[in-house]
Design a binder for this molecule. Structure first.
Ligand SMILES: [Zn+2]
Length: 407
């Protein structure tokens, strides 16, 4: 393991002096999405303790005694419009959320589907959806008096967390592998965060586990193998993508949503947001959620493999790489009546170009959503009279020209 030290040491503030943020008074606690165990408001870095004891790590969902009937605070902007439905009423904000959900009618016509809406998460402060999670994770870390926040990342998550940690005055350590692109490396180091390079994903998690246990670092992401979802305060941020889609698209939403997926934080958060909207009678149905992946992992589990298995594969879609599956991803798909679709890198590269030529310049892994749609239309899993949304998770400007990124 090698360490990269930032060229200029950061000036860290004492978290005790940092701004505190108030928990939502209607946050009742957390419950396990697998065994329904109910837990008080606290930190459960390893998810449900009961499921973990059985060797089946499981994500926790936040529970609320009563949510206000109004979804939005119209005086607020971006993600803060939904503060009353979040675990914190305010947080360390850089203006996350409020991204566009645009109807690409010519693309829909080209593919032969009723409508394609693209939720462009590349418009967030660090250029990806991860900002919606980082703001809440950093806020929770401050609230419990942590001075260091740590995360495993292949790029987007690390760049996002480093930016929010800098804004919060927290030390930040991003544990990654040698595959980290120099674009992300620079973005992380510029904030004053430290990068630790591990030899592989599993070593990344061991390093984080040690930092949590020995240095009281606050983990924003998983460090277990088999893995659990990311920080349960942070995960709620992804619900706001569903809320924004509801505000843009109305109560009928769309029939299906395609989500580039690795360990399923985003697809789970989307499901949870859509589920809450339906429970509040704001919508009539949860759209079918489809995980798009570069090789069989979720697809293998849906086909009968065990969720805690290992599913190695190689891909250039680094933002959705990795060899593991989480229970939360499977639940989001099962409960929404969706599925999983495997895409090959070459098709995705072609679709990145296709998206750009329709006006959406997204990261390669984001373009996988379009490839997934083509395959699901071809297989008649999605029909031509349906409306769909693609989640463009990250901005195309994050990538090097192909000669370099293909190294
Ligand atoms: Zn459980």
């Amino acid at each position: 393991m090698t360490k990269s030290i930032p060229s200029q040491p950061s000036q860290f503030v004492d978290a005790g002096n940092a701004r505190r943020h108030a928990l939502n008074p209607v946050l009742a606690g957390f419950s396990c999405i697998r065994c329904q165990l109910e837990l008080a408001v606290a930190d459960y870095f390893e998810g449900c303790p009961s499921c973990l004891a059985r060797g089946e790590p499981s994500t926790l969902r936040s529970t609320y005694s009563a949510l206000p009937t109004a979804l939005t605070d119209n005086q607020a902007r971006g993600m803060q419009r939904y503060a009353a439905w979040m675990p914190y009423m305010s947080w360390v904000s850089l203006g996350e959320g409020g991204t566009s959900c645009t109807n690409f009618s010519s693309l829909a016509h080209e593919l032969g589907v009723a409508a394609i809406h693209i939720k462009n998460e590349g418009q967030n402060p660090s250029g990806s959806h991860k900002d919606r999670m980082s703001c809440l994770a950093v806020t929770r870390a401050l609230d419990v008096g942590a001075t260091m926040i740590v995360a495993a990342s292949s790029g987007n998550g690390g760049a996002s967390l480093a930016l929010y940690a800098a804004a919060a005055g927290l030390q930040c350590c991003i544990v990654t592998t040698s595959a980290l692109s120099p674009v992300f490396r620079r973005a992380i180091i510029m904030t004053g965060a430290q990068i630790v390079t591990a030899s592989d994903s599993l070593e990344r998690w061991d390093h984080i586990a040690n930092m949590v246990k020995e240095q009281s670092a606050f983990p924003a992401t998983n460090y277990l193998d088999p893995p659990v979802g990311s920080n349960h305060f942070g995960l709620d941020g992804f619900k706001t993508i569903a809320y924004e889609m509801f505000e843009e698209l109305g109560p009928d939403l769309v029939d299906a949503v395609l989500v580039p997926t690795s360990r399923g934080d985003l697809i789970w958060g989307l499901f949870e947001g859509f589920r809450q909207l339906k429970a509040a009678d704001l919508t009539t149905a949860v759209p079918r959620l489809f995980a798009v992946e570069p090789f069989a992992r979720i697809s293998a589990v849906l086909g009968g493999e065990t969720v805690t298995g290992s599913f190695p594969g190689t891909t250039k879609l680094t933002s959705i790489g990795g060899s593991t599956v989480t229970y939360q991803a499977i639940e989001a798909i099962r409960l929404s009546g969706g599925g999983a679709v495997i895409v090959v890198d070459e098709m995705v590269a072609r679709d990145q170009l296709r998206l750009a030529r329709h006006g959406c310049y997204a990261e390669l892994s984001s373009a996988a959503a379009l490839t997934g749609l083509e395959l699901l239309l071809k297989d008649e899993v999605i029909s031509p009279d349906e409306t769909v949304a693609l989640i463009a998770t990250s901005n195309g400007y994050k990538e090097l020209a192909s000669d370099e990124s293909d190294r």
